[in-house]
Design a protein around this ligand. Structure first.
Ligand SMILES: [Zn+2]
Length: 99
């Protein structure tokens, strides 16, 4: 297993996992039990992490870097439910999960 992604919030990690799943890459969530320590332990080691099998890791890293570049350049869209702005690549709201 290889770590391919981590973020400081569980929602972003969950979205990245479902993104990988759409590309037939199954992933594993690690460190998520540590999230209750957030704010008390300022180390990235407690961030939730996405791990994939070694066979998938190269493709997963490529997909993730592609989507992160697109997020950086694409226009945001506003959620009709909570009015949060979302990256163009996310087809559900990261805030409330609404499509
Ligand atoms: Zn929303």
């Amino acid at each position: 297993m290889n770590k391919v992604f981590s973020a400081d919030n569980i929602v972003e990690v969950g979205l990245m996992r479902s993104f990988l799943e759409q590309h037939d890459i199954s992933s594993e969530l690690r460190n998520h039990h540590s999230s209750s320590l957030m704010g008390e332990v300022p180390f990235t080691s407690v961030w939730p992490e996405v791990w994939v099998s070694a066979n998938d890791s190269e493709r997963a890293i490529k997909l993730i870097s592609d989507i992160q570049r697109d997020i950086a350049t694409g226009p945001d869209w506003s959620c009709s439910n909570c009015h949060e702005s979302n990256p163009i690549n996310f087809d559900i709201c990261w805030q409330c999960g609404k499509r």
